[in-house]
Write a protein of this length. Sequence first.
Length: 116
Amino acid sequence: QVQLVESGGGLVQAGGSLRLSCLASGRSFSTWRMGWFRQTPGKEREFVARIDWSATSTAYAESVKGRFTISRDNAKNTVYLQMSSLKPEDTAVYYCAVASGGIWSWGQGTQVTVSS
């Protein structure tokens, strides 16, 4: 059972930056595809970014391209989401995720609030 623990959320002004971290348990971290999703009340959870096991392939939602960067440190079992030029519409609970058998599993989430 993989456990994911997110950190780094908080309150930031529009235009500011935050870096989210996700520490994963498990010895096979370096073989997993990892991702970030987000959700606001009353809405479906949406994809934000993903990174493959070797960090050679990444993908982003159109809404965050050019502003967010996903990265990973396999030696630390950690995946990051660097968020810049934040907008009020980025306010959400952000979830770290791991893909297994084509199915995503999520952590508990961390709140990001962007004030205007």
